[in-house]
Design a protein around this ligand. Sequence first.
Ligand SMILES: [Zn+2]
Length: 235
Amino acid sequence: MAYSSVRVHLGGRNAMTLARLIDAFLSLVLPDRCAGCGRLGSVLCDECCRRLVGYDGDPPRVADQLTGVRIAYVFEGPLRHALHQLKYRRRRRVARPLGALLASYLRAHPLPCDALLPVPLHRERLAERGFNQAELLAREVAAGTGLPLIAGPLVRLRATKQQALLDVAGRIENVADAFMWRGPAPPARVVIVDDVLTTGATVNACAAALRAGGAREVYALALARSRGQAPLSHR
Ligand SMILES: [Zn+2]
């Protein structure tokens, strides 16, 4: 398709801007396609929303810095497809219905917190993808709950390897000291928002940085987690 060849020739930021413009244009002239099943009509159809399964599996294995963890859905079926569309097909608009689902989950399972913080992406990954999916989700959660969102002071210092390629010990080592809080003291009780949680190593490392910065209670809120230990595509 001409769309992808344009990206190849331009490269970098120009391609990203053009891709975003084309995406915005296509959304005006074409009907939306469901990110879960491909059906025409909406970004995420009612049928796919009905098929989502609430998470009731094991807690994450790495959580010593976390006060508590909440996971909304099992990472499977339409949700897996939708997150793939968001992250790897770069369909930003998919974040809106997914974030709205996460906001309703948090309203139904409230946490004692003062602010939401997305898991940050390293600037190189951000430039590559064009957006941070965790931040897009967190913005929707903020809009749907009235909680403030703090994005910026929690920084990812290193471009870490893909967690999916590593075992648990490797994941912990990969993200250890990868985050830092750079700003005035964070609120006492915060919630870190992520799209997919696997071992918990990434959110746990974020929590360590937040605690070092002065936060007292740090919760993690994720949209999805696999039931088993199947390899996941995560960051
Ligand atoms: Zn659907």
